[in-house]
Structure formats: C-alpha cells, structure tokens
Design a protein around this ligand. Structure first.
Ligand code: NAD
Length: 483
C-alpha cells in the first residue's frame, strides 16, 4: 500500500477534517518484537482536538441529511477497500502491535465485518408510531443520530475496536473523532485514509494521535459539541473519563477490563475444553479483554485437563509475528512483561505448581513463554487482576456452587466460559453467571452479529448487532396535536 510505505519513511500526519496535519511535535511508534522505531506520528494537543471536533461538528448536518442508501453505499465501499488491503493492513498491525500475521489478517476480516453489518443495518433505523392518548393527537418516535462521537480505543485490537464504534456511528448519521492508542496509531490512520478513499466526506471521520492522551481526552469529554464518548480500554481510565463526561452529561459507552473465568465441569469433553482454552487464553498472546484469566476446574477432571493443556501450551510457537508459524507474539511493552512475571512469581511464592513456562522467552525481551500454573488459589494476584499475558492459572473446585461463587467473586463482568454436557447444569450455570457474555462449550464468542459488552465494572453499553446501532441514536418523541 503505497501511502503506508511512504508514511513509514516520513512523519505520519493526523487527520483533521480534510487536512492531514503534521503538527509541531511527533512521537515514535515502536515494533514490540524488535524495539525498533517504525514511524513517527503527529503528536496532537488540545487545540488540534478542538479543531477535529469542529470539523466533525461542521460535517454533521450534511452527513445526517445524506440519504441512508447513500451512507450505506459509502460504508460498503469502505468495507471493500479494507478487505482489498488486508495484507497491507495486517502487516502494519503486526509491525506496531506484534500479533502474528495470521491473527492480524483475522482482525482485518473481523474489523471489516462491522462496517458491512452496519452499512446494512443503517437501512433499518426505523422510528415508530404509538397508540395515542387523545383522538386529536398522533404520537411519533423519531430515531436521530446523537451527533459528534469521540471514539477512544486501545492497542490490543488496533482496527476492530475502531470499526466497531465508527461503523455504527457513521451508519446512524453521526460523525466521529478517533483517539487511537499511542502504541498503535498507524492502523487507525490507515483505516481513516481508506474511509476517505471510499468517499466518506471530509470531517465525518477524524483521527487525533497523541503521546499524552489526557489533554486530548479532556477536550473530548468536556466539549459540548461532542455528544457521545465511546471508550474501550482499562477500567480505571474508563472511570476517569466517565467522571469527566458528567460535566456535559454525555452519552457514554464503556468497554472495560475483564477477569474472565473458564469453568470446566467433571462431565465436560476434556479435549474440547482444552481446544477452547487455547483459543480463549492464548489469542493475541493473552492480551484480549475477553480472554480467560482464570481456569476453574472440577476435581474429577482436574489432572487430565492440566496435563492436556500443558502439552498443548508447550507446543505453542513463540516468535516475531512476521515469522512463519508464530502463534505467540511479543507483549506490547515492558510494563506488560513485568506484570506477567509478577503474577507468575506471586503465584509460585504462594504454592502454585509451574507446569511450563514461567519466564521470558529467548525470542526477545518482550516475549514471554506460554505458562501453565496448577494448584492456584484465590489468595494469588491472578485471582483478582487481569494478567493480560500468556499465563493459564488453573484453580480447583469441588461443588458446582463453589465454581459459580468463585466465577462471580470479582468486580468485573465481561465474558465467562464453561464446558459441561449435562443440560440442567448448562442452564443453571448460564443463568447464574453475572457476565455480559457467556461461551458454553465455546472459547471464541466475538462476532459482529451479537451484542458485545460487560456488566458491573466491565462497562456500559453494547457493540455489534442491531443493539450496536441503538447506542448512536437518540429517540425523539413528537406529539402532533389539533388533528
Ligand atoms: P488504557 O485504558 O490504558 O487505554 C485505552 C485508551 O485510552 C488509549 O487510547 C489511551 O491513550 C486512552 N487514554 C488513557 N488515559 C486517557 C485519558 N486520561 N484521557 C483520554 N484517553 C486516555 O487501556 P489499554 O492498555 O490501551 O488497553 C487494555 C485494556 O483495555 C484492558 O483492560 C482490556 O481489558 C481493555 N479492553 C476492553 C475491551 C472491551 O471490549 N471491553 C476490548 C479491548 C480492551
């Protein structure tokens, strides 16, 4: 992709309206596999952010007035362009984020799927008429776009977290200002470039890149022209942004952290459970908000599960995401490596058995060897904190109620998984889990067709499915009288 190659040799600008703005300052984007700087990107501040908000605000009236079939066609073209550039986007993602190339290609397909879905769903953004309380009155409900949307996104899914917000927002007639994570701004800029190529009008999509997010965040959460803040990231930052949004009473969506349990009951198919465990835990080197953080395994199946899981984890190939056959890439930064090591050391010091891994990998200082810990207990840090790395801690339980209690004993409530065959147990467990999403005999649950989101401190709102469009619309009740 020529524009990307050119960017990588030059300072990459941010996008404000129709202007690719270089700004006064820039910051480095590093390849986590090698530590090398792959590009420098414009470092924007509060004034640039206000300009981007103004561009989005000024583009809003024309965009919401654009006939829905035209909006839909433009989104469809964006979807096609992203798919056509799968190889380039995937390579860029691997370079700045580290995930193996095959996974990055998967993310391009997944990310694009939201654009395709919402290009169609836009046509179904219907209002309603209601029964009236007076013979001379008619009651209407209009569905209108909320207005300017700020999309603040994390580094772990540099494309999909953006399309999951921008596609429904644009479909509904909103305009957006994206603030991508400082580690992965390039994929966001490439996606926005392709949106303009697809014909989306200038100002409908803006990207503000920044090495210090607080100044940008403050404008996005307090400027009255921004009507919705859609955030994906950690729970502490989400709480901070929610508080900032209160001053102008913005609509918010918060896709925050998790502490996903993966329960394996005695009657589970152990091989299927291990397959699910590998998919749910080790994708993206364990840096996925819905990835399993805790395996809760019943007595009768415990030893078989631990031994089969260890065998499979030992075989996971660690290496640079661009190298053929790599399954586990680097962690995003040194702090991530330190946290993983702290969790492993803490568990071992409190009596956990190290089955494999437990140390840095020879591939480099950001690579961690996939790890299985057995005999893990609730006193250990892995019980409460999101590890966000390739570590599978296996807890033991005896009775079903104990597993449910352990699973729910957390302030988080994003995703949970369990493996069982008895249908009563399946229904009971599914109903008892206090989570926004549950995988039953399934370790991979994300799709644009279903509502993604959490309860408790994992967040507010849903992304994907027709519910995802509702998040970007307001209801306007109209009472027509005197008839
Ligand atoms: P993070 O909270 O550190 O950062 C997320 C985004 O917020 C980044 O763009 C960052 O620059 C920005 N940010 C940070 N401080 C800000 C401020 N004061 N004002 C405005 N913006 C600010 O999270 P991260 O480390 O990038 O991502 C990992 C976290 O995201 C994990 O906790 C993970 O579980 C969560 N996550 C959740 C989902 C979900 O859908 N629920 C999806 C992916 C990741």
């Amino acid at each position: 992709m020529s524009f990307i190659e050119q960017w990588l040799h030059d300072a990459v600008p941010a996008l404000v309206g129709s202007e690719w703005r270089k700004g006064q300052q820039s910051f480095a984007v590093d390849n986590p596999a090698t530590g090398e700087t792959i590009a420098r990107v414009a470092d924007m501040g509060a004034d640039d952010t206000r300009d981007a908000v103004a561009a989005a605000y000024n583009a809003g009236a024309a965009w919401r007035a654009t006939p829905v079939k035209q909006r839909s066609a433009l989104l469809r073209r964006w979807f096609e362009l992203i798919n056509e550039h799968t190889d380039d986007l995937a390579r860029l993602m691997t370079l700045e984020q580290g995930k193996p190339l095959a996974e990055a290609k998967g993310e391009v397909t997944y990310g694009a799927s939201f654009i395709e879905f919402f290009a169609e769903e836009a046509k179904r953004m219907a209002g309603e008429t209601l029964p009236s309380h007076g013979a001379d009155k008619r009651l209407l409900v209009l569905r209108e776009p909320v207005g300017v949307v700020a999309a603040i996104t994390p580094w772990n899914f540099p494309l999909a977290m953006i399309t999951r917000k921008c596609a429904p927002a644009l479909a509904a007639g909103c305009t957006v200002v994206i603030k991508p994570a400082e580690a992965t701004p390039l994929t966001a800029l490439a996606a926005a470039y392709l949106a303009l190529e697809a014909g989306l009008p200038a100002g409908t999509i803006n990207v503000v890149t920044a090495s210090k997010p607080a100044a940008v965040g403050e404008v996005l959460t307090t400027d009255p022209r921004v009507r919705k803040v859609s955030f994906t990231g950690s729970t502490p930052v989400g709480k901070h942004l929610l508080a900032q949004c209160a001053s102008t009473v913005k609509k918010t969506a918060m896709e925050l952290g998790g502490n996903a349990p993966f329960i394996v009951f005695d009657d589970a198919d152990v091989d299927a459970a291990v397959d699910g465990a590998i998919a749910s835990k080790f994708r993206n080197a364990g840096q996925t908000c819905v990835c399993t953080n805790r395996f809760l395994v019943q007595d009768g199946i415990y030893d078989a599960f631990v031994s089969k899981l260890t065998e499979r984890v030992n075989a996971l190939k660690v290496g640079d995401g661009l190298a053929e056959g790599s399954i586990i890439g680097p962690l995003i930064n040194q702090a991530a490596v330190d946290k993983v090591q702290r969790h492993v050391d803490d568990a071992q010091s409190k009596g956990a058995r190290l089955m494999c891994g437990g140390k840095l990998h020879a591939a480099g200082e950001r690579f961690y060897t996939p790890t299985v810990l057995a005999d893990v207990t609730t006193e250990m840090a892995v019980a409460d904190e999101e590890t966000f790395g390739p570590v599978a801690p296996v807890f033991r339980f005896h009775r079903d109620e104990e597993a449910i209690q352990m699973a729910n004993d957390t302030p988080f409530g994003l995703a949970a998984y369990f493996y069982a065959t008895d249908y009563r147990r399946i229904w009971h467990t599914m109903e008892q889990l206090e989570y926004g999403m549950v995988g039953v005999n399934e370790g991979l649950i994300s799709t644009e067709l279903a509502p993604f989101g959490g309860v408790k401190e994992s967040g507010l709102g849903r992304e994907g499915s027709h519910h995802g469009l509702d998040e970007f619309t307001e209801l306007k009740y109209v009472c027509v009288g005197g008839l």
